[in-house]
Design a protein around this ligand. Structure first.
Ligand code: NAP
Length: 226
C-alpha cells in the first residue's frame, strides 16, 4: 500500500520503518524537507536526528506533508497533538478526502511542565476534533496508548498478546487499520466503537505517564484480561 507517515519524530520513524519493512511504499511527511535533513542533533529524548535514521532506511522517502498525503492511500498522523490539526491543514483537505487516517497523536499540553495535561478530554477528543475538521477523512484512533517501539513490534513484551484499541466511525477503515496492526504482530485489538470512544484511550494517558514514572521505562502495556 502507498502510505504517508506524517511526522519525523520517534513515532513517525518507528511506523515508517516497520511499514517499509513489510513491503509498503512509504513516504514520511515533514514541514520543511531541507530543515529536517539539516538536523544534526539527537531529539530531546536522545533519539538520533532524522538524517541518521533516513540513511539506515533508504527505501523511505521524505516529502512535505502535502506531497506525502497527495500520493498516499492511507495516512498516519504521527505529529505532535498540539499541532496535528495544523499539520493536517498543511497536508491539504483535498489530499486527505476519502482516505484512512491512522491517528496516533495524543492531546498533550506540556505548557505546565511534566507530566503534561490533556488539552481536550471528557466530552471531546483530538480524534473527534480531527474527524470534525476533515469530515471526508476516515479517522481511526489507535496505538496512542503504547510506546513507539511496542506499536510496531508488540512481541518485544511477552508474546505480544497485550491490548491495543481502535476507535472510528468507518467499519472498513477500522478493518484496514486492524489488518495493519495484526501485520505488526498485535494479537489483541479491541474495537471500542465510534470515534467518540477515542476519549477513553486519550484519557488513558494520565495513567500511562504515571506508570512510566513509576516503572522508569516505557516498555509496558495494559492487557485487558477477560
Ligand atoms: P513529536 O515530537 O510529538 O512530533 C513530531 C512531529 O510534529 C514532526 O513531524 C514535526 O514536524 C511536527 N510538528 C511539530 N511542531 C509543528 C508545527 N508547529 N507545525 C507543524 N508540524 C509540527 O513526535 P513523537 O514523539 O514521534 O510523537 C508523535 C505523536 O505520537 C504525538 O502526538 C505523541 O503524543 C504520540 N505518541 C507518542 C508516543 C511515543 O512513544 N513517543 C507514544 C504514543 C503516542 P517536522 O517534521 O517538520 O519537524
Amino acid at each position: 500500500m502507498k502510505i504517508a507517515v506524517l511526522g519525523t519524530g520517534m513515532v513517525g520513524q518507528a511506523l515508517a520503518g516497520r511499514l517499509a519493512g513489510l513491503g509498503h511504499d512509504v513516504t514520511v511527511g515533514t514541514r520543511d524537507i531541507a530543515a529536517t535533513m539539516a538536523r544534526a542533533e539527537p531529539d530531546g529524548m536522545g533519539n538520533p536526528p532524522y538524517p541518521a535514521w533516513a540513511q539506515a532506511h533508504p527505501a523511505v522517502k521524505l516529502a512535505t506533508f502535502a506531497q506525502a498525503a497527495a500520493d498516499a492511500e492511507l495516512i498516519v498522523n504521527a505529529t505532535s497533538g498540539a499541532i496535528s490539526l495544523a499539520a493536517l491543514e498543511a497536508a491539504g483537505s483535498d489530499n486527505l478526502a476519502g482516505k484512512v487516517l491512522l491517528d496516533i497523536a495524543n492531546p498533550l499540553d506540556f505548557s505546565g511542565g511534566f507530566p503534561p495535561t490533556l488539552f481536550v478530554k471528557d466530552t471531546d477528543s483530538l480524534g473527534e476534533q480531527i474527524q470534525r475538521a476533515f469530515p471526508e477523512l476516515k479517522v481511526v484512533k489507535t496505538l496512542n496508548t503504547v510506546n513507539a517501539d511496542l506499536m510496531v513490534d508488540p512481541r518485544q513484551l511477552a508474546d505480544g498478546d497485550h491490548t491495543v484499541f481502535v476507535s472510528g466511525d468507518d467499519a472498513d477503515a477500522k478493518k484496514t487499520v486492524t489488518g495493519l496492526l495484526e501485520s505488526f504482530g498485535h494479537r489483541d485489538v479491541i474495537d471500542l466503537g465510534d470515534i467518540t470512544s477515542a476519549r477513553g484511550t486519550e484519557m488513558l494517558l494520565p495513567i500511562w505517564l504515571r506508570l512510566f514514572g513509576a516503572l522508569g521505562n516505557p516498555m509496558f502495556n495494559l492487557k485487558v484480561v477477560r
